[in-house]
Design a protein around this ligand. Structure first.
Ligand code: OFO
Length: 167
């Protein structure tokens, strides 16, 4: 495996792992704050990111590359409210998308069409996750600081997320 691509895939393992831990911290904050629907949403996002991470670990190993399991930064644990929570969610997804685009670009530079092909799954996944994060943040922006709006958002988030997934 090309050394640059190997490094980029290892970086990507870190970003997926970091997102997984970040979403776990978000779930825990929501859980402790009484937003149970939001907590369930982030617990499941955290699991998904873990799957993304593991998929990369297995792929690098299958291709004979060297995996390095990364040390992670401490995730942000407290939030002013749901708006900040979902702003950070969107930021995190946009960051990951940017990194994936960078991997894709480098794959083309190095003519590594195999990794390029493998990464297409992540491109699709990011499109969906970014759209989801945007939809949820848009709804929160409409709700503003309205407490009963937040209550309903928390109650309905799993349904909203499922509808977005099937869109
Ligand atoms: Fe790994 O899919 Fe989002 O970040």
């Amino acid at each position: 495996m090309n050394a640059t691509i190997e490094t980029l895939l290892n970086n990507q393992i870190k970003y997926e792992a970091q997102a997984s831990m970040q979403y776990l911290a978000m779930a825990s904050w929501a859980d402790a704050t009484g937003y149970n629907g939001v907590a369930d949403f982030f617990y499941s996002q955290s699991e998904e990111e873990r799957v993304h991470m593991t998929k990369l670990v297995k792929f690098v190993n299958e291709r004979g590359g060297k995996v390095s399991i990364p040390k992670l930064e401490e995730p942000k644990a407290t939030y002013k409210g749901l708006n900040e929570l979902f702003e950070k969610f969107l930021e995190s997804e946009m960051f990951v998308t940017e990194q994936i685009n960078h991997v894709i670009y480098e794959c083309l530079q190095h003519k590594d069409y195999n990794v390029h092909n493998f990464m297409q799954w992540y491109v699709t996944e990011q499109l969906e996750e970014e759209a989801m994060a945007r939809t949820l943040l848009d709804k929160l922006n409409i709700i503003g600081n309205d407490k009963s709006g937040h209550y309903l958002f928390d109650r309905d988030i799993i349904t909203i997320a499922a509808a977005q997934d099937n869109a």
